[in-house]
Design a binder for this molecule. Structure first.
Ligand SMILES: [Zn+2]
Length: 239
């Protein structure tokens, strides 16, 4: 047990489990399918080269689903923690939706990209995007019809890893929420935080493959476990 008074810097990793409770489906590791598509058909650079139309349609649909979804109690609790926590805090999310932001969180880093962002492969500009891309609209910056989803596909390097590891090395507490812990590099975050002296807490629906790395695991839906934990943290109770 570590008293919250000793805890200043917090890094939170949020994953699919937190978005699932808002109705957003993601890639399922157990059968390798994402909304009935094989991942290698829709979420790799090779798939985009082979069949850009299929990939654009797939992400056009993801984008529409994101805009139709609403933040849940877990997103709202983390937004409250972000507002009220006086020291360093970083929410690293594997999710491509903007539900953390729509709940009001500001300190959010999207390591796997953003569904509501389009990236121009001609001029490297990124644009907030709510429409479709399958009709090949021109890039608002350079006019090239070269926009792709701003998503880190399988086989591509996650965004801002230096920043994430720097935050992990300063963390007093690392909290993993709704993620299987099965996919590197995210699976290595708990090891990094622990080796730098952080306390580690897992909030998940079920025990994950990485559970043995955590000092404590609390099982249950994110919409219940996260608000409870945020209440504890802001109340200064041990965690
Ligand atoms: Zn451009």
């Amino acid at each position: 047990m570590r008293d919250m008074a000793q805890i200043r810097n917090i890094v939170i990793l949020s994953g699919a489990g937190i978005s699932a409770e808002s109705g957003l489906r993601t890639f399922r590791a157990d059968d390798g399918l994402w909304d009935d598509h094989r991942v290698e058909d829709v979420a790799t650079p090779e798939a985009f080269r082979r069949d850009p139309d299929l990939v654009q349609r797939f992400y056009d649909e993801r984008r529409a689903n994101i805009m139709a979804a609403q933040p849940n109690a877990a997103h709202h609790a983390l937004a409250r923690l972000d507002r009220e926590w006086p020291a360093e805090l970083l929410i690293v999310t594997q999710n491509i939706d903007d539900l953390h932001e729509r709940a009001g969180a500001g300190r959010v880093l999207h390591m796997h990209g953003e569904g509501l962002s389009a990236w121009c492969s001609a001029c490297d500009a990124r644009h907030h995007w709510t429409g479709t891309l399958r009709d090949k609209p021109p890039c608002p910056a350079c006019g090239a019809r070269a926009l792709r989803p701003d998503i880190v596909w399988f086989g591509e390097m996650p965004y801002r890893m230096d920043e994430i590891f720097a935050a992990l090395s300063r963390a007093d507490l690392f909290v993993s929420i709704g993620t299987s812990g099965a996919v590197y590099p995210a699976a290595g975050f708990v090891e990094q935080a622990k080796s730098c002296g952080a306390r580690t807490l897992e909030l998940n629906l079920e025990r994950s493959q990485g559970s043995h790395w955590f000092d404590e695991t609390r099982l249950g839906p994110a919409s219940e476990r996260v608000p409870e934990w945020v209440e504890d943290a802001l109340g200064g109770r041990p965690c």
